[in-house]
Design a protein around this ligand. Structure first.
Ligand SMILES: Cc1ncc(COP(=O)(O)O)c(C=O)c1O
Length: 395
């Protein structure tokens, strides 16, 4: 099998123009080509995150976890942090902060649910927290936290609001400035649709001011060490703290150009259509979605509960049929589900293929499903529910 559709949870199938954008043999880190790519990408990152000039953009090596850990640059010894966790990646914040001299409290939701905004409000009114962290889309379950509502409720009570948008930025509406969020972060391999290797984040003015000498971050992920590089590069001047992933950044620039051509609004709409179509197909097959309520559904990840068959068998047989899906990783749902990633350059024809493969594979493995109903439901949704226009296909 040489051609396959990668509907994992990042990286996903990548547009070849993006990969080719990074195939350059002679690009130094002080070259005009690289500095221009950084400058364009930093500026575009603001648009993608829905923020203006007062926010400071960063592109740093690593990925989602390096961007997450870098927010320790905004903390001081003894600060209190509230972690809002809806699953595995929410819990990652707890693991990160456990390595630093801060006090952490966590509010946790059951698998398939999100922590309710009122519960978070109640907690921040009880105690003063320097920082609250949330996960926009919890990739382990596909659950989306209503972050705009949460920030409205807690803004006046906390100093810093940090959102992990690793599985959301590029596929969900993000208006970090309107929502008064201090840090919004993501990774290159998710809905932006480039290879792994970089963490991307924006910091509000308020957050940027906290990058003091006494912050508790280490050396490499200390944003105080990176800010000068970002500011200089954005202005078109080469700068160095540690070598950036030059060729990946050329690819990020290409992806951002394609996103600009598509239009951010069109891109979000495409993700909405694709995710709705997937859910229609899954439900018509008689299967349950991991996210328990429609408000919790995300545009980028759908968990599918299985009644009888082993998800590992579904994954391996699907792969031989040409599509790679992702395993379920939430420990409380172990062995009972798999995930469909639908982000980046995914389109409606990928949905038809995905549902068709799931139907065939589950039927062969003996899972009780309404065979044939999945693809039919997707087609009916696409023909009746939406108009198929070029905006549903990524450029
Ligand atoms: C929501 C979320 N946060 C953080 C991460 C960690 O990102 P990375 O694997 O790039 O370090 C992931 C990875 O899947 C994620 O989905």
């Amino acid at each position: 099998m040489t051609r396959k559709i990668l509907m994992h949870v990042g990286p996903e199938t990548i547009d070849y123009d993006i990969l080719l954008g990074g195939i350059k043999g002679d690009v130094g880190f002080t070259s005009k080509e690289f500095v221009d790519a950084m400058s364009f990408s930093l500026k575009f990152l603001r648009k993608l995150m829905g923020v203006g000039e007062s926010y400071q953009p960063f592109i740093i090596p690593g990925g989602g976890t390096s961007a997450m850990e870098s927010v320790t640059s905004l903390l001081r010894k003894g600060d209190k942090v509230l972690v809002v966790s809806n699953g595995v990646f929410g819990n990652r914040w707890i693991d990160i902060f456990s390595r630093y001299p801060v006090n952490v409290k966590a509010l946790k939701a059951k698998a398939g649910y999100y922590v309710k905004p009122e519960e978070i409000e109640e907690e921040v009114k009880k105690d003063h927290y320097t920082m609250v962290t949330m996960t926009h889309v919890e990739t382990s379950t596909g659950v989306r936290e209503p972050i705009a509502e949460v920030t409205k409720r807690i803004r006046d009570y906390v100093d810093l609001i940090v959102v992990d948008g690793v599985a959301s930025v590029g596929g969900e509406e993000v208006r970090a400035e309107d929502w008064k969020i201090d840090v919004f972060l993501t990774a290159s391999q998710k809905a932006i649709g480039t290879p792994p290797g970089a963490g991307l984040l924006v910091l509000s003015e308020n957050a940027t001011k906290r990058l003091g000498e006494d912050n508790i971050a280490g050396y490499y992920l200390n944003l105080k060490n990176w800010i000068g590089v970002m500011q200089s590069m954005e202005k078109g001047k080469a700068s160095y703290f540690s070598t950036l992933p030059v060729h990946l950044i050329l690819m990020i620039k290409k992806a951002f150009e394609l996103i600009e051509t598509e239009g951010i609004g069109n891109r979000i709409r495409r993700h909405e259509i694709v995710s709705s179509a997937i859910r229609k197909g899954i439900e018509a097959l008689g299967l349950e979605i991991v996210a328990k309520t429609p408000e919790a559904y995300s545009n980028t990840v759908t968990g599918v509960m299985l009644k009888k068959v082993n998800p590992n068998d579904v994954l391996s047989m699907s792969l031989t049929e040409g599509i790679e899906f992702a395993p379920g990783v939430h420990p409380d749902l172990g062995g009972k589900y798999f995930r469909i990633g639908h982000m980046g350059w995914v389109n409606i024809n990928d949905v038809i293929s995905a549902i068709a493969v799931i139907e065939r594979v589950l039927s062969k493995l003996g899972e009780p499903i309404n065979f044939g109903e999945g693809v039919k439901a997707v087609q009916e949704y696409l023909i009746n529910g939406i108009s198929i226009s070029s905006s549903n296909i990524a450029p």
